[in-house]
Design a binder for this molecule. Structure first.
Ligand code: KG4
Ligand code: ZN
Length: 350
């Protein structure tokens, strides 16, 4: 049984995100985000990474309070919501299920459309929250904890992946390095902070051979591991003494790997603008280098505000709005998916 797919005049959309370790809800109304609430799960910090079973349990206890708080902040009630948008994937299946089943319950109970949203498409939709009329086609570099992609964007419901990582994501490369260096989780922000005091050319980490627009980050992580082993053998205090230089050099190479591919994509596809999205877009060196690249190519540059960069439900509600406008809703029998492939991008385009 499909959810109500009648083209009702919709103006208020509730967004839900639960793909990893953040439980989030947001209210979108006529182009404005009225509330954007996120409950971050602290339980994973002691394990140095997300523990899937603990994540889905925490989502179960967070989801109702988080949705209630978002509605309260937006000064709206559930009965006023016209549609519900929810992350369908990719992500941890147990985590996705919590948000997805909750959304189904609301869609059935309130007889409103449900829109299953691709999490990656939503990270890119975040660029449209503050700039709904950004010049297209846009090439977006999407860099998160689980994904690294180059996406050619014509609209929220019309995107094409033109480059992907063949192994780890950029965020994983940051997080795994932080673990090797004995820093906390998530590692990206910590490496970013230490890197500010260091010399980016102190040590040399390698890029990998890939297809021109693809990425690979497993090589740089392994090279850091062997480098640290060798240096610690000679000086057990090496990490402590050189932490800033290690972080600066490692971060320098990750940013170089990312922007080299973005440059090639610009040369090939000649976009009207460039965007940066996903949690790693919080990285200060990446942001600076991205803006410089835009200036060099005379292209307008877009990065969402910080609260819309990391996992959030405002981007899900926004994507839901564009998809609903394009006539895309989800069947009540649809299910979440864990892995992304190009067929998972929601579109009506042939
Ligand atoms: O998009 P996101 O919030 O979650 C996923 O969908 O994965 O991205 C989280 C990732 C983590 O790997 C985290 O280390 C990274 O974003 N990150 C950063 C910074 N802030 C967050 N990486 C580098 N520098 C930062 N300042
Ligand atoms: Zn994400």
């Amino acid at each position: 049984m499909p959810t109500n797919t009648q083209p009702i005049p919709h103006s208020i959309i509730l967004g839900i995100e639960s793909s990893c370790d953040d439980t989030a809800a947001a209210v979108w109304e006529n182009g404005k985000i009225l509330a954007n609430i996120t409950a971050t799960q602290k339980v994973h910090e002691q394990y140095g990474g997300v523990v899937p079973e603990l994540a889905s349990r925490a989502h179960q206890s967070h989801i109702v309070p988080v949705v209630s708080e978002a509605l309260k902040k937006a000064n709206r009630t559930l009965s006023e919501i016209d549609a519900i948008a929810v992350t369908q994937g990719p992500g941890l299946l147990g985590s996705l299920q919590v948000g997805y089943q909750f959304a189904k319950g609301v869609a059935i109970g309130s007889n409103i459309p449900m829109i299953g949203v691709n999490h990656l498409q939503a990270h890119i939709a975040a660029l449209f929250i503050e700039n709904p009329n950004l010049p297209i086609p846009m090439i977006t570099l999407l860099v998160s904890g689980g994904h690294t992609q180059l996406v050619l964007v014509n609209a929220v419901d019309d995107m094409q992946i033109i480059g992907s990582t063949i192994d780890d994501a950029a965020g994983e490369a940051f997080d795994k390095a932080a673990k090797l260096l004995g820093l906390g989780y998530p590692g990206g922000p910590l490496i970013d902070t230490y890197a500010k005091q260091g010399n980016p050319h102190a040590f040399n980490f390698p890029d990998s051979q890939t297809e021109p627009l693809d990425f690979s980050f497993s090589g740089i992580k392994t090279s850091l591991l062997y480098f640290l082993r060798k240096e610690i053998n000679q000086n057990s205090a090496f990490i402590e003494q050189e932490i800033a230089n290690i972080c600066a050099s490692y971060q320098y190479r990750i940013v170089d790997i990312l922007l080299k591919r973005l440059k090639k994509a610009i040369a090939q596809h000649k976009p009207a603008s460039i965007g940066l999205a996903g949690g790693v877009s919080a990285n200060s060196q990446l942001r600076n280098s991205f803006y410089e690249l835009g200036q060099k190519f005379k292209l307008p540059t877009f990065i969402p505000s910080f609260e819309y960069c990391t996992d959030n439900a405002a981007m899900i509600a926004t994507a839901g709005h564009y998809l609903l406008n394009a006539g895309i809703t989800s069947d009540i029998h649809s299910t979440p998916f864990s892995k992304n492939n190009s067929h998972n991008f929601q579109t009506n385009k042939p």
